[in-house]
Design a protein around this ligand. Sequence first.
Ligand code: ATP
Ligand code: MG
Length: 569
Amino acid sequence: MTEQAPITSNFIREIILEDLKTNKYQGRVQTRFPPEPNGYLHIGHAKAICLDFGLADEFKGHTNLRFDDTNPSKEETEYVESIQQDVKWLGFQWDSLFYASDYFDQLYEWAVQLIKAGKAYVDDLSADQIREYRGTLTQPGRNSPHRDRSVEQNLDLFERMKRGEFPDGSRTLRAKIDMASPNLNLRDPVMYRILHAHHHRTGDKWCIYPMYDYAHGQSDSLEKVTHSMCTLEFEDHRPLYNWFIEQLGIFPSRQIEFDRLNLTYTLLSKRKLLQLVEERHVNGWDDPRMPTISGIRRRGYTPEAIRNFCNSIGVSKTNGSIELAMLEHFVREDLNKRAPRAMAVLRPLKVVIDNYPEHKVDELDAINNPEDASAGIRKVPFSRVLYIEQDDFRENPPKQYYRLSPGREVRLRYGYLITCTSVVKNEKDEVLEVHCSYDPATRGGNAPDGRKVKSTIHWVSAAHAVDAEVRIYETLFTKEDPNQVELGKDFTSNLNPNSLEIIREAKLEPSLATPQVGARYQFERLGYFCADPDSKPGHPVFNRTVALKDTWAKIEKKAPVDPGRGRPA
Ligand code: ATP
Ligand code: MG
């Protein structure tokens, strides 16, 4: 791995250190990353992955990848594969790969054990009735009329549930805990439900499936996970997690909760991301506008940038929201070090150098990466007709506009000083081409007499230019919190209609004719760009990863970063 942001200490690390000191787990640290294979991983999962793998690595421990596949109707093999690819791409390798479904037999045996101990019973209440009996935060629940069935009766009914004798939803197995507990999770939680559904791994073997709360802790325990990190919404489930482990007398894994990552202008919920894909608001899970790992990979984000971001935001015990600009800051910081520079003109304006010989081609030296001397130099062809950005020319320049305009001299990057002599316009008064003269004594960009120009602009030789498509992205949502919607509308009403702009007439320097898919460049003065899989030889397609302007750096300057949180104080 390359250079990383230093790992700031956090309360989870402190807990692990304490457990090591007291020898609670014989000096072992073992974690797991437990995705449900019901969608693609997103940047929020990256935070969990960096914690699970990062903390285990730090203490020379182990990390399992475990698919939490207890919900057969929503899970698919496609997701299982993409999740493995994404974890690896982020730079992590699991020690063992497991599926919660590997444990179905063991979980069933344990359920029988709890029935025999009088700690679980078969209930005939419907889901609605269970909810009604459960009570509220201020009112205790009521016992189900079936709560006091005999052990024999429960064993018989549970066995028959498993054999498929009863229809979906007609019965459940529930833990017998306390219907008056102030913690609703302890009011006889459901352990098993009947679901005649095909499972991606166990096929039709089962028609009862364990609930998350019954499966998760026991899976941790079976794998001898020492520290089981999950997000804050499971804090109230921890007593139940511990209850099952205690009743069964099995390995005491420890659940620790931390805050979910939320990012401004971004939704991090697989269910909502699935809706965006299914309703075709985006072009698939790997659309570069998506916050999925596959989306940001296609967009050009690097695993190093994501890891540095995750390490820098740290963890806490309260949910908040991180500025998207901060993630982009880490992307720029990493790409600045590693992305080779190139010249590209997105909105071309033709420039003719009248005093440059018609068929002459000059091969100019261009620096590949000023941040990395070992990246060397390349040759860029220069000729009489060039393209520059439309934005880099103004016929009537406003104050403080120092780029090209009639009579003004500017520097062409790696090239010559040129002065605008005239413009050609159409009948609508639009500038069609700009005529200039160049000073042959300024090759490389400096005048021997030391005269200064205020501006350097990029360019591409027209005769050598490669036509390309460039896709420019804005945030997918217009609201900082896309969940904030008017009554009766859903989050899709906050979609940004300008989130994708396709530029079909971009002109690139010839070295970019056939880039490797995924290759990342800095297009000088424009931002970072990444070659898309839609590229064809000689006709590349680039995604803009991120623009050069660093709004985060500005925010940061105004409000120093709290090292624990990484957002403006
Ligand atoms: P979603 O609501 O997007 O489906 P989830 O929590 O149901 O998310 P899982 O596949 O169950 O997704 O998550 C696997 C692990 O990743 C869990 O430990 C979960 O707590 C963690 N995780 C999921 N989303 C985030 C997030 N936004 N920030 C940090 N960790 C997350
Ligand atoms: Mg989930």
